[in-house]
Write a protein that binds this ligand. Structure first.
Ligand code: TXA
Ligand code: MG
Length: 333
């Protein structure tokens, strides 16, 4: 069997692998996921092993139909209100676990997270498998997420991941927005754990919501917050401020193995001797988000020891999501 199959033709083979408790890489509108049956501990353990993922970091359960979540989670009315508005789409909701999900998926949190992805074929695949698919981003733990089938193929050997469904480049290129609904039970606002394409403002219209900026002492909101994420091999330095003067700053600090990720408008400001990649238009974080992980991976393939990357405006959800991923990748947060 060929390892990479177009998602339109590969779902039957994927269903077979998953039902035999194997793992399959799947395209989603956010990033690629590494999927296994969420109800089978030993299937899920293969995902942790392939990624090198810390056991204390739970996985998102991907479902096709909102009603199916009730079998595994205790669902407050807000779950249905948010699901009706944003699913299928880049939103993950955390609720109390009722039972049935494998222990490693929830990583001792007592909570389970759900998301309905946008790809019609993937929802069909989930229905065919018959249980939720636990799927973290399909990258080695700590490194940039995968937004194409080629990224996944480069990160994992065929032995680890025998089948990759290819759905082209992920539409958003940045992981889903995550909201923890469990505080609502105690009359407290839900937590915005991670911002993605869906904004704080859009969610706040439907549910009382608090941002979690940083993991504080004693807080167990989402174990993923404390781990290193998205990091390229070279050291990443971010540049803020005025793009008219930035190229001078960058040139002064650049070394022999520096690769620059600059806004499209800046490309001509650099000498040819410097390796410069087009991060997207300065005013459009959507394009920049879509390219970000691919560019970090490109820097790695060029052997960059230092990556200088510009930043994009944060006046939109995707802009804030991109900035958060950039700062996390740079080790600033
Ligand atoms: O867009 C996405 O969310 C992608 C696609 C594949 O769906 N998935 C993704 O998974 O980004 P991952 O594992 O890279 O990030 C999921 C985050 C982790 O930080 C994890 O700690 C948190 O979600 N999370 C998942 N389940 C949780 C739970 N039960 N309680 C608390 N946090 C949870
Ligand atoms: Mg991830």
């Amino acid at each position: 069997m060929q390892r990479c199959l177009p998602v339109q033709v590969g779902c039957a083979a994927a269903c077979d692998v998953l039902q035999k408790n194997g793992i399959v890489a799947i395209p989603t509108e956010t990033v690629y996921g590494l999927a296994a049956k969420a109800t089978e501990e030993h299937a899920v353990l293969k995902v942790f092993a392939a990624k090198g993922r810390p056991a204390d970091n739970p996985l998102i359960c991907h479902i096709a139909d909102i009603e199916r979540a009730a079998e595994y989670g205790e669902l407050p009315p807000e779950f249905f209100a948010l699901g009706a508005r944003f699913w299928p789409g880049p939103l993950t909701l955390i609720v109390k676990h009722r039972g049935g999900i494998a222990p490693s998926v929830i990583a001792n949190t007592g909570k389970v997270s759900f998301r309905i992805p946008q790809h019609e074929h993937i929802r069909e695949l989930i229905r065919d498998v018959g249980v939720p698919l636990a799927a973290p981003s399909a990258n080695r733990s700590g490194t940039p997420s995968a937004t194409t089938a080629e990224h996944v193929a480069r990160d994992f050997s065929e032995e680890m991941v025998p089948l990759i469904l290819d759905g082209g480049a992920s539409m958003h290129g940045i992981e889903s927005t995550i909201v923890d609904l469990t505080p609502l039970e105690e009359g407290k606002p839900a937590y915005l754990v991670r911002e993605g394409a869906i904004s704080y403002e859009e969610l706040s219209a439907l549910v009382p919501l608090k941002r979690v900026q940083k993991l504080e002492e004693g807080m167990t909101v989402s174990p993923g917050l404390k781990h290193r994420h998205y990091a390229p091999q070279g050291s990443l330095k971010l540049f803020y401020g005025n793009i008219d003067t930035m190229s001078v700053d960058i040139q002064q600090q650049a070394g022999a193995k520096t690769v620059v990720i600059a806004a499209s408008e800046m490309l001509e400001d650099f000498p040819e001797s410097l390796q410069v990649l087009d991060g997207g238009p300065a005013s459009d974080p959507r394009v920049a988000a879509h390219r970000f992980y691919d560019l970090l991976r490109h820097c790695d393939s060029l052997g960059a020891t230092q990556i200088f990357c510009m930043t994009w405006p944060t006046d939109s959800a995707i802009g804030r999501a991109l900035r958060q991923r950039q700062e996390k990748a740079a080790g600033l947060i």
